[in-house]
Design a protein. Structure first.
Length: 322
């Protein structure tokens, strides 16, 4: 189930991890108890609880308390930590290291996606993560990328016979439904649409789209491109319409639509589908190779999980006035 953000509740509920009273874990402080170990890597109860709260913060109050959601996310955290530990150990054994210069360059690249440093810091605060922790997460992402690259180096490209067999077995995947190539101008009301349709007798469609259309593609001259039949219900009548210029109403407004081209249903030839087939076969082999690699790491590693402690970590939701 995907996290659901409730507009009415966003920002009003704080997710607070706590431990059930009566659980017995000795005299050790609850925040330093070990939830999971992967070789020399340890995940403390505090780290686990913080990650749980962070992942649930965009759920509404009801979804955040849903036991199925909590169980699923707990399992995701444990799995991610397991894979991270195995990946870091394998990377170290292969002398895979991310230099500070490389890391700084990636940090600056991602920071460049924000208008200023304040916006960047606010984004981190919204995710409840410090810059130092975010930077280390980014370092792992770069290490993981290099590990995947190394794992994939032994994968051989598919042979022509494999490509042909894949095409014959999956022809339905390469079917293309009937299509129309559309341009549109979207306005608020029918009267304005009638005026624009009259202007189209003497003026360029793209020019009027850039001037009047209220939807994003208006800036591109109203070009929607190819639309397959059955993709958008209010466009389907265009496939049987005799005129190339039609007016259609939708929840977004009144559409003045120009049908530039039509194409019948067809099946891609093997030549046309070849690049897609190669990508699909490559993805299958990468997945198989990764599973084989992961299994080997699991068999050669020492892993412990404290199931009792995992179950003891709960979530409480509170409003700002509680």
């Amino acid at each position: 189930m995907k996290a659901r953000k409730s507009p009415a509740l966003t920002g009003l509920f704080i997710l607070i991890p706590f431990f059930l009273h009566g659980c017995h874990f000795g005299n050790q402080r609850s925040s330093t108890l070990i939830v999971q170990t992967v070789n020399e890597h340890t995940l403390t109860s505090k780290q686990f609880a913080n990650q749980l709260a962070r992942r649930l913060k965009n759920f509404d109050a009801l979804a955040a308390k849903d036991p199925n959601n909590i169980i699923r996310i707990k399992e995701e955290i444990l799995k991610d930590f397991l894979v991270k530990g195995l990946t870091l150990d394998w990377a170290r054994s292969k002398n895979i290291v991310i230099s500070e210069d490389t890391l700084d360059a990636e940090v600056n690249k991602l920071r460049g996606n924000y208008p200023d440093d304040l916006s960047f810091r606010r984004a981190l605060a919204h995710e409840n993560i410090s810059f130092a922790d975010w930077r280390e997460e980014l370092r792992f992402t770069l290490i993981e990328r290099e590990v995947f690259k190394r794992i994939g180096e032994k994968i051989k490209p598919p042979e022509e016979s494999e490509i042909n067999s894949f095409y014959d077995a999956h022809k339905d995947r390469f079917k293309i439904r009937e299509r129309v190539y559309l341009r549109q101008i979207v306005v608020d009301d029918l009267a304005k649409a009638d005026t624009i349709k009259n202007d189209l007798k003497t003026k360029d469609f793209g020019e009027l789209a850039r001037k009047y259309s209220i939807t994003p593609e208006g800036k591109l001259g109203g070009v929607l491109g190819w639309i397959e039949k059955g993709t958008v219900d209010y466009f389907d009548p265009l496939f049987s319409a005799g005129s190339t210029l039609q007016t259609v109403k939708s929840p977004f407004g009144v559409h003045i639509i120009k049908v530039d081209k039509k194409a019948p249903a067809t099946i891609l030839s093997i030549t046309e589908a070849k690049s897609q087939i190669i990508r699909d076969l490559r993805a299958q082999r990468e997945q198989a190779e990764y599973i084989s690699w992961l299994d080997a790491q699991l068999r050669s590693s020492k892993i412990m999980k404290n199931e009792e402690l995992v179950k003891a970590i709960k979530i409480e939701t509170r409003g700002p006035n509680d």
